[in-house]
Design a protein around this ligand. Structure first.
Ligand code: NDP
Ligand code: ZN
Length: 180
């Protein structure tokens, strides 16, 4: 009989392959236009290595976190392939793209405290990775002022979910303190 650990690692490998495929034609906004998949991998690494998170569903949700928002992937597809818990966590961290950018930014702050623990962990990792990128590999063409506005907005989101994970919150605060 195959072990539980084997099943969990299989699910994680399948999530990596699925996310890489779904994001295959996308690039990050940095000057080098990095492959998009580097970002979901970075979230999973932050959670596992810096946060000590070992729950495979949380790590899989991190790997899949931008598939609903940024690709044609559906909730049903995620549920079918990865189960309801992972699909639900991805849905929780996805913005409604029919709304304006301003509204989406406002709702992230407003909704943060309603997130489940799993979604909060993914949200923390996403903001850690994005503010680190905003400092080291910022979106091409963004002014210093726009980058600083991003840091302040990200902090407003994270301030709503304090008390979730001390080490990850400290990692966010460290990245925020190093803002340009
Ligand atoms: P976006 O939300 O479109 O861009 C930031 C997002 O891009 C991140 O959250 C991340 O999201 C993704 N991303 C991709 N590549 C990178 C990277 N290399 N580094 C960091 N993040 C990356 O930002 P907006 O266009 O909404 O602008 C943010 C704010 O700036 C708004 O409040 C807006 O009002 C303001 N603004 C200011 C201007 C100015 O000149 N001062 C001009 C225009 C807007 P993900 O993880 O989901 O991929
Ligand atoms: Zn993201």
């Amino acid at each position: 009989m195959r072990s539980k650990a084997h099943a969990e690692i299989t699910l994680l490998m399948d999530a990596l392959a699925f996310s890489a495929y779904k994001h295959r034609n996308q690039r990050r906004k940095d000057v080098d236009a990095s492959p998009y998949i580097n970002h979901p991998i970075a979230l999973a690494r932050v959670l596992a290595v810096e946060g000590g998170v070992t729950n495979h569903r949380t790590l899989a949700a991190a790997i899949l976190h931008d598939t609903l928002e940024d690709t044609e992937t559906t909730y049903e597809e995620l549920k079918e392939k990865f189960g309801r818990a992972i699909a639900e966590a991805v849905r929780e961290v996805s913005d409604d793209k029919t709304l304006s950018k301003e509204e989406r930014k406002r709702l992230q702050i407003e909704h943060a405290k309603t997130l489940s623990r799993r979604a909060r962990l993914v949200k923390l990792a996403d903001k850690i990775c994005n503010v680190r990128d905003m400092a080291a590999h910022p979106p091409h063409g963004w002014s210093l002022e726009r980058r600083r506005e991003y840091f302040d907005w990200a902090k407003q989101v994270i301030d709503q979910i304090r008390g979730t994970h001390a080490r990850l919150e400290a990692a966010f605060d460290e990245a925020y303190a190093a803002r340009p």
